[in-house]
Design a protein around this ligand. Structure first.
Ligand code: NAI
Length: 329
């Protein structure tokens, strides 16, 4: 197939080229997909997009008009795709449902530990020959209550790691996993109980109408004062303005984010020469107890290889006229 690959980043280029093994003809584009760039897919059969590309109804319509009949997502999340419109247009859509839950879960733990043990401050102090320990007190993870919201693939790996630390684990999901209850001492409880009791709360549910802004003024008020809140899932799970109020009031003791609700205007690009226009993220960056990474939780060599491999597998299936198990309806 001929494939227009949008939002191609330098970090993934080699993985895409190597995993393709010259099967498909790739047009690697640095530009993201949106209403203005859809025409660049002209002459291709498929478009391949990344997490922050715009696959809304109007953009899909434009893709259809330039001949695109297949859309492959280099991501697990698909909240950026108007699946209803894709179906209407008969554009088939497939994603990479799992590429490395370990990558994301391990990054989640990296955020927890770095925040808890104040590693960034400590490292920069030492580089400044300041060997003082004042202000660097952390807490033992052992014995703390971790609330894991969403026990799918990533939540499950996180639970196993936190179990190793000796955390007590409370979980919430619409589907309970008996193995986690039986072998990792997980207690499935209500969200209210997690908010009331957890020392650490980590979000691993997809972004849907039901989960949008699940962390807000009301739910923050229910949380334990000084709670550690981690979001490596999707930015709009939390109302960032409310979280800023929670940080200012000292209710949130630590905040670790790998995702941000307005990240599509910022992430994945060097903007160090720009004047930052986003007042919300600029406020977040003033807190010492906030750590932000730019949607890099997935970024391991294993994950990149798997993302590329599954993407081309999806295209191979369609080319051969067979179904791919990764197709979205
Ligand atoms: P998954 O589909 O395996 O697990 C999601 C879990 O959430 C499922 O167990 C499901 O039952 C549960 N769930 C869905 N709606 C719910 C609701 N309303 N209330 C309670 N539980 C609900 O997904 P996976 O692979 O664990 O990924 C989770 C999320 O992580 C993805 O949706 C994606 O947004 C994010 N992600 C972030 C990455 C990053 O680099 N930061 C990379 C990959 C995924």
């Amino acid at each position: 197939m001929k494939v227009a690959v949008y939002s191609t980043h330098l970090f993934e280029k080699d993985f895409l080229v190597n995993e393709n093994k010259n099967r498909h003809i790739l047009r690697l584009l640095e530009l993201p997909l949106n209403g203005e760039t859809a025409y660049l897919a002209n002459g291709n059969d498929a478009a391949c997009i990344f997490v922050n590309d715009d696959a809304s109804g109007p953009t899909l319509k434009l893709l259809y008009h330039v001949g695109i009949r297949y859309l492959v997502l280099r991501s697990a999340g698909y909240n950026h795709v108007d699946l209803k419109k894709a179906k209407e247009l008969d554009i088939r859509v497939a994603r990479v449902p799992a590429y490395s839950p370990h990558a994301v879960a391990e990054h989640t733990v990296a955020l927890m530990l770095a925040l808890n043990r104040k590693l960034i401050r400590s490292n920069s102090r030492v580089h400044d020959l300041n060997f003082s320990l004042n202000g660097l007190i952390g807490f033992d993870m052992n014995g703390k209550i971790a609330g894991v919201i969403g026990t799918g693939q990533i939540g499950e790996v996180l639970i196993k790691i936190l179990h190793g630390f000796g955390c007590q684990i409370y979980a919430f999901d619409v589907i309970e996993k008996p193995d986690l209850k039986n072998n990792y001492g997980v207690q499935y409880v209500s969200l209210e109980e997690i908010y009331a009791k957890a020392d650490i709360i980590s979000l691993h549910v997809p972004l849907t109408d039901k989960t949008h802004y699940m962390v807000n003024q009301n739910t923050i008020d229910q949380m334990k004062p000084g709670v550690m809140l981690i979001n490596t899932s999707r930015g709009a799970l939390i109302n960032t303005k409310d979280v800023i109020d929670g940080l200012k009031a000292g209710r949130i003791g630590y905040l670790g984010l790998d995702v941000y609700e307005e990240e599509d205007k910022l992430f994945f690009k060097d903007r160090s020469e720009d004047i930052l226009q986003d007042d919300i993220i600029s406020r977040l960056l003033t807190f010492k107890n906030v750590m932000i990474t730019s949607h890099q939780a997935f970024l391991t060599d294993t994950a990149l290889r798997n993302i590329a491999g599954t993407t081309f597998y999806n295209l191979d299936c369609w080319e051969k006229g067979v179904a791919t198990p990764n197709e979205l309806d």
